[in-house]
Design a binder for this molecule. Structure first.
Ligand SMILES: *[C@@H]1O[C@H](CO)[C@@H](O)[C@H](O)[C@H]1NC(C)=O
Ligand SMILES: *[C@@H]1O[C@H](CO)[C@@H](O)[C@H](O)[C@H]1NC(C)=O
Length: 144
């Protein structure tokens, strides 16, 4: 019984959904403001549209790959799925590490993604929802 309660607590505590300004401050504290020329507002905007700031978001693509976590990072290129399917695993991590409420691994991996030649354009939601838009509302009132 005690073990079950612990597991339930674990499940609840790892389902972290950030509030917009909270997420903006976490990103800033991890050096994301201006990282590879990407503004804090761009990071907040892409997280909003990729995951609604939900660290446990997962989405399976039609080609069998899966996008993981608050940045919806793709398993084919960046992380290893637990089913053992092929991955370039450029972030050198298990995909499940991108789903925890400690976002350190997810941010480290997002930095790796944005260092690639495609940069921020790796994120389809950034292209469709954030590119060439006024993004000031994403960090408004956050004191960042
Ligand atoms: C699989 O689909 C996703 C989402 O459309 C895409 O980002 C990714 O590049 C695709 N992977 C391959 C290997 O085609
Ligand atoms: C990948 O991560 C493992 C630890 O999880 C580490 O031992 C290994 O050196 C890493 N490989 C690279 C290429 O960074």
């Amino acid at each position: 019984m005690r073990g079950l309660v612990f597991l339930l607590l674990l499940a609840v505590s790892s389902a972290k959904v950030f509030e917009r300004c909270e997420w903006a401050r976490v990103l800033k504290s991890h050096g994301m403001d201006g990282y590879q020329g990407v503004s804090l507002a761009d990071w907040v905007c892409l997280s909003q549209w990729e995951s609604s700031y939900n660290t446990r978001a997962t989405n399976t693509n039609s080609n069998g790959s899966t996008d993981y976590g608050i940045f919806q990072i793709n398993s084919y290129y960046w992380c290893q799925k637990s089913d053992g399917s092929f991955s370039h695993n450029a972030c050198n991590i298990s995909c499940n590490q991108l789903l925890t409420d400690d976002v350190t691994a997810a941010i480290t991996c997002a930095k790796r993604v944005v260092r690639d030649p495609n940069g921020i354009r790796a994120w389809m939601a950034w292209i469709s929802r954030c590119e060439n838009r006024d993004l000031s509302s994403y960090v408004a009132g956050c004191g960042v």
